[in-house]
Design a protein around this ligand. Structure first.
Ligand code: CU
Length: 517
């Protein structure tokens, strides 16, 4: 099931209450850019680095919406060239999750997680000035939404059981305001609660965010020669606050608390028995669609799994290849952007050609309310998601993932293989390693077809993958990029650090030497 059940309500994008914070440049990106610029004279990157991007009129007020009190005005727009450091926004968004359901014969919202867990139509307590995010989950299948008139804020309509949506607004006015479902008759039937906005700031909360980056060297070794068998694959879906950048966090949804999910390795003819466990403290239902599988939804139909439950699906690995797997619970794009993707390699009989080192890297985008580089806890912006306007582009889930915390390491003379996939959900990667040429590329992830030879850049679509092999002839720093290099400004870069002699016949500083007589 590849097609997300997206919302039919387009009004959310016009909410005038979104906080627009000022942007600061990530020092990590600056650091590696500087390193490249000096080491490789890639001076063409410099002008782009100095620029500040502009926001359009995305936060225009919805004139069709009745607002009994003025919505909080949108914070000042970033001005190109303005001193970003003077106006950094620090804030802690307050997130609530409401699930629709039936209680005492009424239609209601039920709180999920935190202080409101299990409460019917819980009162949402926030402080003035806070950024409030409300997640809505459809718990029983009828159509619902959440509206707060006073803030001109509303979710889109969630259609179908387990569908979800997210919206946010700034609680700019002290008082008690109603939230309710605007579907005809639902408010009267019981779908109504209060949001209480208190004066004064909340005490700052400590941030100890987890490292969600999967080390690119974390993958199982080759299978090689063996007969087909039944392979059991355990996947656990985990939602956690992870480190997106220095001083910046994001609530990720993951397979196994890391991004990408575990590298699954089988051989053609294997029977793959997938056990999908959804952690008990999850808020959302999750599932898995294996592109290596043949059958409805790639397993997604059989694995829609509520928090605390486990499902099992079994498929035969019919065709060798490198394939993406991902969560396929609506809204699918939301689950994927949050980190729910990984790769499965179906080896051909006898395996792939041997190499010295194998690595596992995946690319994805994040759509945050706050501009790239903002400090604090980021939250997902559904409007940007469905209009494909990401703030972050990432390898393995975080800024600096493969430059600062988990670079790729190899030695000169070794052969290197990178399994590279794109979770996306939306952007095709032009995958390139600065300073190298791929000797062999398994284009489009096809292993049955012979690899193509001598490739600079390989295009990898969302939900697609490739395998690149190359021999490293000399030491030095090589840089993994998407050659759509504007994305390097938004977090997308990795280092391949190679031990060995750096100055030799292949490349050296200065002019060519006279040929020896
Ligand atoms: Cu999911």
């Amino acid at each position: 099931m590849e097609r997300p059940m997206l919302d039919k309500d387009g009004t959310r994008s016009k909410s005038g209450t979104r906080l627009r914070a000022h942007r600061t440049h990530g020092t990590g990106v600056a650091g590696w850019l500087a390193a490249i610029a000096t080491a490789m004279s890639l001076l063409f990157l410099a002008p782009a680095f100095a620029q500040t991007h502009q926001h359009g009129a995305a936060a225009a007020t919805d004139t069709a919406q009745t607002q009994t009190e003025p919505a909080t005005p949108v914070a000042e727009q970033p001005v190109p060239g303005a001193n970003a450091a003077a106006s950094v926004s620090y804030h802690n968004p307050t997130t609530f999750t409401l699930k629709t359901g039936i209680a005492i014969g009424r239609m209601v919202y039920i709180g999920v997680g935190g202080d409101i867990n299990g409460q019917v139509n819980p009162t949402l307590m926030v402080h003035k000035g806070e950024l409030v995010q409300i997640n809505l989950i459809n718990g029983e299948g009828a159509e619902h939404d959440v509206v707060i008139d006073q803030y001109g804020a509303r979710s889109s309509i969630v259609v179908g059981k387990n569908a979800s949506s997210t919206f946010s607004f700034t609680a700019g006015k002290v008082g008690e305001f109603a939230y309710f479902c605007s579907i005809a008759g639902h408010r009267q039937a019981g779908m109504e609660g209060l949001i209480q906005v208190m004066a004064g700031p909340r005490e700052a909360m400590a941030s100890d965010a987890a490292d969600v980056v999967r080390d690119p060297a974390d993958l199982p070794g080759p299978i090689g020669q063996r007969a087909p068998k039944v392979v059991k694959v355990d996947l656990e879906t985990v939602e956690l606050v992870g480190k997106l950048d220095d001083g910046t966090t994001y609530t990720y949804w993951t397979f196994g608390s890391k991004i990408p999910g575990p590298f699954v390795r089988v051989r053609v003819g294997d029977t793959v028995e997938v056990h999908l466990k959804n952690a008990a403290d999850s808020v959302m239902a999750h599932s898995v669609d294996f592109h290596a599988a043949t059958g409805p939804g790639g397993g997604a139909h059989a694995t829609q799994t509520d928090p605390g439950n486990e499902t099992v699906v079994t498929f035969k690995a019919l065709k060798p290849g490198i394939y993406v797997y991902h969560c396929a619970t609506p809204s699918v794009a939301h689950h994927i952007t949050s980190g729910m993707y990984g790769l499965i390699l179906v080896e051909p009989e006898g395996g792939l050609p041997q190499v010295d080192r194998e690595f596992y890297v995946m690319q994805g985008e994040l759509y945050t309310v706050e501009p790239f580089g903002t400090q604090g806890e980021m939250e997902m912006d559904y409007d940007k998601l469905i209009s494909e306007r990401p703030e972050y582009f990432l390898f393995n889930g975080a800024v600096g993932s493969l430059t600062k915390t988990h670079p790729l390491y190899a030695s000169a003379g070794e052969t290197v293989r990178i399994f590279f996939g794109v979770g996306g959900p939306n952007f095709t990667s032009s995958f390139h390693v600065i300073g190298e040429i791929f000797d062999s590329v398994y284009s489009m992830g096809s292993i049955i077809s012979p690899p193509i030879q001598g490739v600079q850049t390989v295009t990898v679509p969302p939900g697609g993958a490739t395998i690149v092999d190359f021999k490293i002839d000399r030491g030095g720093h090589y840089v993994l990029v998407d050659h759509a290099l504007s994305r390097a400004e938004r977090g997308l870069a990795g280092y391949l650090i190679v031990d060995g002699p750096e100055d030799d016949d292949i490349m050296h500083l200065g002019p060519a030497e006279e040929p020896a007589k």
